[in-house]
Write a protein that binds this ligand. Structure first.
Ligand SMILES: Cc1cc2nc3c(=O)[nH]c(=O)nc-3n(C[C@H](O)[C@H](O)[C@H](O)COP(=O)(O)OP(=O)(O)OC[C@H]3O[C@@H](n4cnc5c(N)ncnc54)[C@H](O)[C@@H]3O)c2cc1C
Length: 328
């Protein structure tokens, strides 16, 4: 499959990159592991591609001012092998290991992962395949081909967002008009057509992810179910984090975040039931049941929503049991 035609820019600094965003229909490319596929399938036909590849100032992992700061162009390979990340936030290294395959992790970036578009079996297909169907709502048609409603139900399938949301990480966005900080919870829109604030207004570059260092004290993990163990998007994924008192039983804080089961990563209220409680197997089961009731997957992939919900529930049970170091 050939790429469509576009003008290509590869500026060496962020300062030189920002003005290029204002030039009409421009798209950013980082590792390109998702965008190149979208271009070849003609899901995107931008006039301008702005590569961040040469902007070395966006590639770093540092501890500073009470945060672990990660530049948007840092690859997932660098994150999963970083001694700093593995010491402070091993669950982040673990999430990076869960993305795609080792070869793709060497190219894929954390910024690109957070800015990932939503996916659907009717949308993420070649142009040739899509011509055999009606145009789906995400591609500009009248109705979603999954739900037959005037809405899009494509699913967000990023693996890095859940654990970062569980830790209440924030991001920095640089735009021609200035730089702003935003919580990751505010960044995601839970809207399949415009999954994040930058998709809504593409005239900005995600430059940095910041994780508050105090969250390193929490017990955390990212857990994922997928069809093919070697390489696959999540059919369900859960970012889990609990703050346990020194006895290891009393829960002082908790977060459960879902991915792969809706139009965005979802911070679930069920986690609130753990707070102030002694964690037991019974409590975990009731929290997992409630968490599974909060997600609303639809059949956007090969697996049906009932199975996704059931798998999500077992991910939460197994994950929390593991974190609380309870016997199965
Ligand atoms: C076979 C295959 C399997 C995959 N499996 C998984 C998986 O299991 N889990 C998973 O999470 N992903 C998966 N992916 C998707 C993808 O590889 C990863 O999400 C990857 O992290 C995307 O990062 P990238 O740097 O390659 O992004 P790119 O492809 O360069 O960009 C992705 C999107 O983000 C935007 N973007 C990138 N960087 C920025 C920035 N700094 N500021 C603003 N916008 C930006 C781009 O414009 C584009 O819309 C898979 C992809 C393939 C091809």
């Amino acid at each position: 499959m050939r790429l469509p035609e576009f003008d290509f820019y590869e500026p060496p600094t962020l300062q030189e990159a920002l003005p290029l965003l204002t030039s009409g229909n421009a798209r950013i490319i980082a590792g390109g592991t998702d965008l190149i596929v979208a271009l070849k399938r003609r899901l995107e036909t931008p006039a301008v591609i702005l590569s961040l590849h040469k902007i070395k100032e966006l590639d770093y992992i540092v501890q500073d001012e009470g945060y672990l700061k990660i530049g948007a162009m840092t690859t997932l390979k660098k994150i999963k092998t970083s001694p700093t990340v593995n010491r402070l936030f091993p669950a982040l290294a673990q999430a990076a290991r869960e993305v795609a395959s080792p070869i793709l992790q060497g190219q894929a970036t954390i910024g690109g992962n957070l800015c990932l578009n939503t996916r659907c079996r009717y949308y993420n297909q070649s142009e040739f395949w899509r011509q055999s169907q009606q145009t789906c709502y995400k591609a500009g048609g009248e109705k979603c081909l999954v739900t037959h409603k005037q809405d899009c139900s494509a699913s967000f399938s990023g693996d890095m967002a859940p654990i970062l949301l569980a830790w209440e990480a924030d991001i920095t966005i640089a735009a021609p008009e200035g730089t702003k900080q935003m919580s990751l919870r505010e960044f995601f829109t839970y809207n399949s057509k415009i999954p994040n604030q930058l998709a809504a207004n593409p005239k900005g570059i995600l430059t940095e992810v910041r994780i508050p260092l105090e969250k390193k004290e929490w017990s955390s993990l990212y857990t994922k179910a997928r069809l093919r163990g070697s390489i696959d998007f999540p059919l369900a994924g859960a970012g889990l984090a609990v703050d346990l008192d020194p006895s290891g039983r009393l829960c002082r804080g908790a977060a459960i975040v879902a991915t792969g089961v809706g139009p965005g990563p979802l911070v679930l209220e069920a986690a609130g039931d753990l707070v102030g409680q002694e964690i037991t197997g019974e409590l975990i089961k009731s929290v997992a049941q409630k968490a599974a009731a909060e997600i609303h997957p639809v059949r956007t992939g090969r697996i049906g929503p009932r199975y996704q919900r059931a798998r999500f529930k077992t991910l939460v049970i197994d994950g929390l049991t593991n974190l609380a170091e309870l016997e199965d």
